[in-house]
Design a protein around this ligand. Structure first.
Ligand SMILES: Nc1ncnc2c1ncn2[C@@H]1O[C@H](COP(=O)(O)OP(=O)(O)O)[C@@H](O)[C@H]1O
Ligand SMILES: [Mg+2]
Length: 264
């Protein structure tokens, strides 16, 4: 299959209060690729995702999503095709909703079920997405009673409900304990081998959170990319140390990565 360009940022700059939050970003995601965006706190990762998810306009540069260019097309027609899960979404959801309802309502981007009519098919689809990320046994449990890890996986299922053609995840593993993190990462790995799953762009600042099966990485520092390309080629000690500004050593084991500071 010929790869399609799913996301293309050309010379994208974002300025706020005279500060360049993003500076000359060139970033492309092709179909079949799964990207990690890695960089320290405050380097512009969330800002990059907000632009890619069409929530924010850049100060300059060109943003194209699924072949449509921001500013040249009615973006409302494609916004629902970009799934986005970031901080704060959990707090918007009523805690006594059943988990399957939380997932199902994403069909219309809704937070409550009574605004739309749902069919048995919608419910079945929500359960299929929950099964794909290993939380289908929690379908009838109230969302507010799930553990943090279960919530994150339910939100991942929710972000798949609208059949997105691009999935953006902002630090999905942050705050999870080790089993929660590992379950989430395994779910993400499983998605990379599902031919129906969309390309994923996942933001993190820990190499330990990179799921096996992810293909590419963008290193960010102070609002600019410092390296990008296939994980197998550019995820190394030099780039990681440059990115975080300290000497780091990196190791790979079974397709997963770990890093630690150099002692000498
Ligand atoms: N609306 C805004 N106004 C001013 N500064 C902002 C705004 N949004 C983000 N920033 C600043 O831009 C920088 C990058 O933020 P962010 O994209 O959230 O980084 P990251 O997700 O990598 O931690 C931070 O220094 C942040 O304080
Ligand atoms: Mg952030």
């Amino acid at each position: 299959m010929i790869p399609k360009t799913i996301l293309k940022l050309s010379d994208v700059t974002l300025r706020r209060e005279n500060k360049a939050i993003l500076d000359s970003i060139n970033f492309q995601v092709q179909s079949g690729e799964n990207w990690v965006v890695l960089g320290p706190n405050g380097c512009g990762k969330t800002s990059l995702l907000r632009i890619a998810s069409l929530f924010e306009h850049p100060s300059s540069g060109v943003v194209s999503v699924l072949g449509k260019t921001l500013g040249k097309t009615d973006i409302r027609k494609i916004r629902h095709l970009v799934g986005f899960t970031g901080h704060g979404i959990s707090q918007l959801l009523r805690p006594d909703l059943e988990t399957e309802v939380v997932v199902m309502t994403a069909k219309y981007g809704a937070l409550e079920p009574w605004w739309h009519t749902y069919t048995n098919e919608d419910r079945a689809k929500a359960n299929a997405h929950m099964k794909a990320v290993g939380v289908n046994h929690l379908a009838k449990q109230k969302f507010g009673t799930l553990s943090s890890g279960e919530k994150q996986r339910a939100l991942l299922a929710r972000s798949l409900m609208s059949d997105p053609e691009l999935l953006l995840l902002d630090e999905p593993a942050s705050g999870l304990d080790l089993p929660g993190r590992e379950e989430l990462i395994n779910s993400l790995s499983a998605l990379t081998s599902d031919s129906h799953a969309p390309p994923i762009v996942m933001v993190t600042h820990h190499v330990e959170e990179i799921p096996s099966g992810f293909s590419h990485i963008l290193f960010m520092k102070n609002g600019s990319p410092i390296a990008s390309g296939p994980i197998s080629e550019i995820l190394n000690t030099d780039n990681l140390s440059k990115c975080f500004g300290i000497h780091l050593e990196i190791r790979e084991f079974n397709g997963r990565w770990s890093a630690q500071g150099k002692t000498n």
